[in-house]
Design a protein around this ligand. Structure first.
Ligand code: CA
Length: 229
């Protein structure tokens, strides 16, 4: 689950980013409307948290352009406490929900869960690969019903692989998908995450194949059995 936060208040943006990352979301953060517009036009997100009062291009304009491109991305707008007009305008422009500042982080997280659930409703919530099941909303992975103890990064990596069954994902793609702007994720780090994830999956019979110089993919269950002999 990848969330874009567009918020020019550095303290608030930092707090939101940290708390959502702790909850296992991949978070990108931009500080003005032009950067938000550019990010939304080029990258894939599962949710946008949008301050309406942004420099360069307002949050309203960002929202208008997003919906103008036909995107159904769930959008949570952040408005001032007394910003009733802003809320109405935002909802009219296609926002899905709003929060008035200041708000409690728990409330934001509950709204985020509800909105990402709604966004996922149309697509599969539980991704499966043989005996492995991954719940994208609950962020829980299990093999034959036994829960796996995976870190937030490992879960994100597993989600990337599960979303591309039988297809190769190269390190650069993983870096791009995992990378949260302002934070370096090197290709070496990807190797470490893959190594750790592999160690946790293999006892359950789920294998991540490495194709040297190309990337990684989850092996089909039958392939795994054949290669194990
Ligand atoms: Ca602002």
């Amino acid at each position: 689950m990848r969330i874009l936060i567009a918020e020019d208040d550095a303290v608030l943006a930092d707090g939101l980013t940290r708390s959502l990352r702790q909850s296992g979301y991949s978070v990108d953060c931009v500080k003005d409307g032009a950067a938000a517009d550019a990010a939304l036009a080029t990258a894939q997100f599962d949710l946008l948290i949008l301050d309406v009062g942004l420099p360069r291009i307002s949050g309203f304009e960002v929202l208008k352009r997003l919906r103008g491109r036909g995107s159904a991305l769930p959008v949570l707008i952040l408005t001032a406490l007394d910003g009733v007009d802003d809320r109405v305008r935002g909802l009219d422009l296609g926002a899905d929900d709003y929060l008035a500042k200041p708000f409690a982080l728990q409330e934001l997280e509950a709204r985020v869960r509800a909105l990402t659930r709604r966004g996922q409703a149309a697509s599969a919530v539980v991704l499966r690969h043989g005996e492995l099941a991954y719940d994208q909303v609950g962020k829980v992975a299990a093999i034959r019903g036994r829960m796996l103890d995976l870190s937030a990064r490992e879960l994100a990596l597993l989600e990337i692989l599960l979303q591309r069954p039988g297809r190769m994902v190269n390190k650069e793609q993983i870096v791009d998908l995992l990378c949260q702007w302002g934070e370096e994720v090197s290709t070496n780090a990807v190797e470490v995450y893959i190594h750790r994830l592999r160690r946790k999956l293999e006892p359950g019979g789920v294998k991540i194949a490495t194709v040297r110089g190309l990337g990684y993919c989850l092996e089909k269950a039958a392939d795994g059995a054949r290669k194990a002999t």
